[in-house]
Design a binder for this molecule. Structure first.
Ligand SMILES: Nc1ncnc2c1ncn2[C@@H]1O[C@H](COP(=O)(O)OP(=O)(O)OP(=O)(O)O)[C@@H](O)[C@H]1O
Length: 477
């Protein structure tokens, strides 16, 4: 049987693992640690909650112990909360070494970060935007001797989504030495493999967990088909049911927008569920505080946008509810992966409207899993429908009386300016895109309606023919 020692891990680190209850390597650790210790670049793709973090932290800490200097390792990650989580793992495993880390993320004081960077910590864990800002604005630190570059959630860092890291990554990569080890990890690497190969060029070792499905077996994946207007009532019903039945369960509800996050949080509080939220329009200190309270189970219901969908490791989360069906299978994988971690069980429930059925189908096809219907007594949901919808309206009105939308607009403009774009031009471009999208949607709808009409017509004809035949048979008899 494989153990950490046989993978080449030093005794003191094996002991450190044991102290954390980590006794046997998971497959991603078993396969990726030896090539990393051997000096190779590595791309590791394994399911959510399978121990990818330790798969890169342990070899780096071991190598650091052999030749300690700062800055030895740079870790890049897409979200600020994840940066703190990864830094904590380095701190715990590297405690006997006196490992010094520095976290460089947006929303926190830049001056104190610059000061910490100048003290040459062993490990820097950063989000790309803020680190690139430091590189552009100061020369108090050097990364020219780093031994390791790690990109956690590497596919997210490279994709050009709503937050595009490309420019910042270029700035960062430009100051790193070519001779280094590059380690790339994610539960969904495959789509970006081509781009990743141009970053990891040192005899790259690629490992992907072999499995028929892309989600873990311990996860019970469900859906509820609901009209848009009944969604919130289902949500309240589900949360009531889970909190009544299991007082130690924590629940994450994923929503599409910051505004929805805010409204649903207000609503859940109206229904007396102690709730907190996490989204990108909140002040960073509040984000950290809320997450800490959720982790400590002070609050057991978290309403979050996709800022919480990747990497967060909270063992008490038993249920993930998707208030909206994720538009991409990849987003679905990361969201539902917040439960059923490290061999534990978990449930995910996706609320699906009739317009989202094609999204569920592509999630099922991509992940090679069928979602099962979650049984609900419909009349119990209908009983609370009016109350829930009135409460939503009240919360919407309450939110409208604050400057939430205004703040959102200002934040968006600031972000665009920082990205070197013209906010007015961008707005125009977006409006044009939206127009094309809605025309396409209308066109699709028309085709769908025509096909349905034709089908109905054919069916009518068939029935008529059958009736006529029957009649003819009766008269000839
Ligand atoms: N060998 C092991 N044995 C038991 N538990 C482990 C082992 N390695 C890691 N863990 C634990 O498993 C949990 C999940 O690990 P981790 O957060 O690294 O998952 P991940 O693969 O990075 O997931 P994600 O893709 O969601 O980021 C953590 O709580 C971690 O402490």
């Amino acid at each position: 049987m494989c153990d950490f020692s046989s993978l080449g891990l030093a005794d003191w680190l094996v002991k450190q693992c044991k102290q954390m209850g980590i006794n046997k390597p998971t497959p991603v650790q078993e396969h990726c640690m030896p090539p990393i210790l051997d000096g190779r670049d590595c791309m590791g793709c394994a399911k959510t909650g399978s121990g990818k973090t330790a798969a890169f932290v342990l070899p780096v800490v071991q190598k650091l112990s052999e030749d300690p200097y700062g800055i030895f390792c740079l870790v890049l990650t897409p979200t600020r909360e994840l940066a703190y989580q990864i830094a904590e793992q380095f701190r715990v495993f590297g405690k006997p070494l006196g490992l010094k880390d520095c976290i460089v993320v947006g929303g926190m004081d830049m001056v104190s970060q610059a000061l910490e960077l100048s003290k040459q910590p062993h490990v820097v864990v950063a989000t790309p935007g803020r680190l690139a800002d430091h590189i552009r604005s100061s020369n108090t630190f050097s990364m020219s001797r780093i031994q390791f570059l790690i990109m956690d959630e590497a596919d997210r860092l490279l994709e050009q989504g709503c937050t595009d890291f490309t420019k910042d990554l270029e700035t960062i990569l430009a100051i790193l030495p070519a001779k280094r080890q590059t380690l790339l990890f994610s539960a969904t690497l495959t789509d970006t493999l081509h781009d990743l190969k141009s970053i990891a060029m040192n005899r790259p070792f690629f490992w992907e967990s072999k499995s028929d499905t892309r989600t873990v077996e311990e996860l019970d994946q469900r859906y509820i088909l609901t009209p848009e207007k009944v969604k919130d009532a289902y949500l309240v019903h589900l949360i009531q049911k889970f909190t009544d039945e299991h007082d130690d369960w924590s629940i994450i509800v994923f929503v599409n927008t910051c505004k929805d996050c805010q409204i649903l949080t207000m609503m859940m509080r109206e229904f007396n569920f102690p709730t907190i939220s996490l989204h990108s329009m909140m002040k960073q200190k509040q984000r950290f505080a809320n997450l800490a309270m959720f982790k400590a189970s002070v609050f057991k219901l978290l309403i979050a946008t996709d800022v919480a969908s990747r990497g967060l490791d909270i063992p008490t989360v038993q249920v993930v509810i998707n208030h909206n069906t994720p538009g991409l299978p990849k987003i679905y994988i990361h969201r539902v992966g917040r439960t059923a971690r490290a061999g534990r069980n978990g449930v995910s429930i996706t609320l699906v409207t009739q317009y989202d059925i094609h999204l569920v189908q592509s999630i099922e096809a991509e992940n090679k899993t069928k979602l099962k219907e979650y049984p609900v007594v419909e009349k119990d949901v209908l009983k609370i429908l009016t109350q829930v919808n009135v409460t939503r309206r009240q919360c919407e009105i309450k939110l409208e009386s604050t400057d939430f939308d205004e703040k959102k607009e200002t934040n968006k403009r600031k972000q665009l300016i920082l990205e070197g774009k013209d906010p007015d031009l961008e707005a125009k471009r977006k409006a044009e895109l939206e127009k094309i999208r809605s025309q396409k949607k209308k066109f699709k709808q028309n085709i769908h309606e025509t096909i349905e009409k034709q089908k109905r017509g054919q069916l009518k004809k068939k029935i008529m023919k059958r009736k006529q035949k029957k009649k003819a048979g009766q008269t000839s008899a």
